[in-house]
Design a protein around this ligand. Structure first.
Ligand SMILES: Cc1cc2nc3c(=O)[nH]c(=O)nc-3n(C[C@H](O)[C@H](O)[C@H](O)COP(=O)(O)OP(=O)(O)OC[C@H]3O[C@@H](n4cnc5c(N)ncnc54)[C@H](O)[C@@H]3O)c2cc1C
Length: 440
């Protein structure tokens, strides 16, 4: 009898299988393809997140020159408050910024990294092998539960029984049930790894968000805002990706592709060679899954995408040990069936993390209503917060009271158009606020 069957072979499955195996549990993985099959997504992360876990060697690239551009400052409702900073003004202490006012340049002063996907995958698989985690090939299609055991069947009818099933099949999970409370917004991006007629960004640089709108007509500026995320990969290779932070329905790929071409052309850059294309789309803000269900989710299936930034890999690395510990302790205490599943969910989603999830969903809902100028002003202010605040926000590592303090500070520093945007409740913001205050 297996203790845990992990379904999937993406980052979430490998990370949780690794941690479960390390606790001496009998673990197997089930996925349609070989777990060593190369992953296609590009995974980036603020380097501190991996360095603090002692895993910095899993990055293939690191950039210390990390910047964003938020374009010209033009608060859309005027600024009656002389204390509120102009987005073009010099930056506060601890924040190295500069550049011309039309660029709205922010120097982040923090190192960003790109995962070596093969190394990350190998890191987890090697540890799985050491702890005898077995991988099986098959597509899970059905599940049935009795009081102590769950049995998963594959498309070919092969059964796998375990005390607990962890569904790590991504953003559209096969078994984890997710409720709904309105349209789910998607982060969409179209990217190219390639060679260009001229450098698309400053050599050696990482561009986190280039929201400059100078290549767009007035009419296009009324449409959904998108930004450039870009990396110099060295030896003449660059990754450039036009990204929509979040929208429901998501910005279509042809729009992103056309925007990327326009942005590059405006800077006099033509694509010479496409080495790889990335079509990125994943849900940002679905509600958390029902935490009383019998199958436990992890990764996309467990609702772990940061609803305000879209990041998840750092959370997998930090939170897999918590879930694995909750499962191991509960099994040892003799919990089985429903009780075991609920204890596992509680280990993954503490009340604090649930509250922050609700907070980020509410915040994202507001940002999705901002027009492009207001969104630029918002981010320009956000990245002038103290580094610990904005990095803690993006990585979801701030305690709730520190998160609230950061938001109060943001409000205090923001120009009036952003403040107005943050006030008042529209659409389902009231519902999301209520969920944040009193729970789902
Ligand atoms: C293009 C792209 C780029 C991204 N970039 C970043 C980034 O830079 N940083 C970041 O933190 N996050 C990023 N994300 C968000 C998130 O981290 C990824 O989506 C991540 O891959 C999710 O991991 P996962 O393991 O939950 O799901 P997936 O990676 O989707 O893996 C799901 C696994 O389940 C398997 N599976 C599916 N159905 C079944 C079934 N029925 N039976 C058995 N197995 C099944 C699949 O074969 C696969 O192995 C990105 C997402 C995308 C789409």
């Amino acid at each position: 009898m297996l203790d845990v069957l992990v379904i999937g072979a993406g980052p979430a499955a490998l990370s949780i299988a690794t941690e479960l195996g390390a606790r001496g549990l009998a673990v197997a993985g089930l996925a349609p393809s070989d777990p060593t099959a190369p992953w296609t997504n590009t995974y980036g992360i603020w380097a501190e997140e991996v360095d603090s876990l002692g895993l910095g060697h899993l990055l293939s690239h690191r950039w210390s020159d990390t910047v964003s551009y938020f374009g010209p400052g033009e608060p859309s409702t005027g600024d009656p408050d002389p204390r509120s900073p102009d987005p073009e003004s010099p930056e506060p202490e601890g924040q190295a910024t500069g550049g011309s006012s039309s660029e709205g340049l922010i120097r982040h002063g923090r190192t960003y990294g790109l995962f070596d996907k093969a190394a990350l995958q190998g890191h987890w698989l090697e540890r799985c092998t050491q702890t005898d985690v077995r991988w099986h090939q098959g597509q899970a299609v059905a599940i049935r539960h009795d009081t102590t055991t769950s049995t998963v069947s594959t498309a070919t009818g092969e059964p796998f029984s375990a005390r607990l099933v962890v569904d790590a099949t991504g953003h559209e999970p096969i078994f984890v049930r997710r409720g709904g409370d309105g349209p789910v917004a998607g982060q969409a991006a179209y990217g190219i790894v390639g060679r260009f007629s001229a450098d698309p960004i400053t050599p050696g640089q990482f561009v986190f968000m280039d929201y400059r709108p100078d290549h767009l007509s007035e009419a296009e500026r009324q449409e959904a805002p998108t930004f450039l995320y870009a990396m110099d990969l060295g030896e003449g290779l660059f990754f450039v990706e036009e990204t929509s932070l979040s929208l429901a329905p998501p910005v279509p790929f042809p729009t992103l592709q056309a925007r990327l071409q326009r942005r590059l052309a405006h800077r006099g850059v033509a694509v010479r060679e496409v080495v790889h294309e990335e079509f990125c789309l994943f849900p940002m803000n679905p509600p958390l899954p029902d935490l009383r269900q019998r199958v436990v989710g992890f990764g996309g299936a467990g609702g772990m995408v940061h609803p305000a930034s879209g990041y998840m890999v750092g959370s997998l690395l930090r939170r897999a040990p918590d879930l694995a510990a909750a499962i191991a302790t509960s099994l040892e205490a003799g919990l089985r069936g429903q009780e075991l599943a609920e204890a596992a969910w509680a280990g993954l989603w503490s009340p604090e993390l649930r509250w922050k999830h609700a907070f980020f969903r509410f915040g994202l809902e507001k940002l999705m209503r901002f027009d492009e100028a207001r969104l630029r002003h918002h981010f320009h202010t956000f990245f002038q917060l103290p580094v610990a605040q904005w990095t803690g926000f993006l990585t979801n590592t701030l305690a709730p009271r520190d998160l609230l303090a950061a938001m109060v500070q943001l409000y205090g520093q923001a120009p009036w158009d952003v403040r107005w945007g943050l006030m008042g409740l529209q659409g389902r913001e009231g519902t999301l606020l209520a969920k944040m205050l009193i729970g789902p």
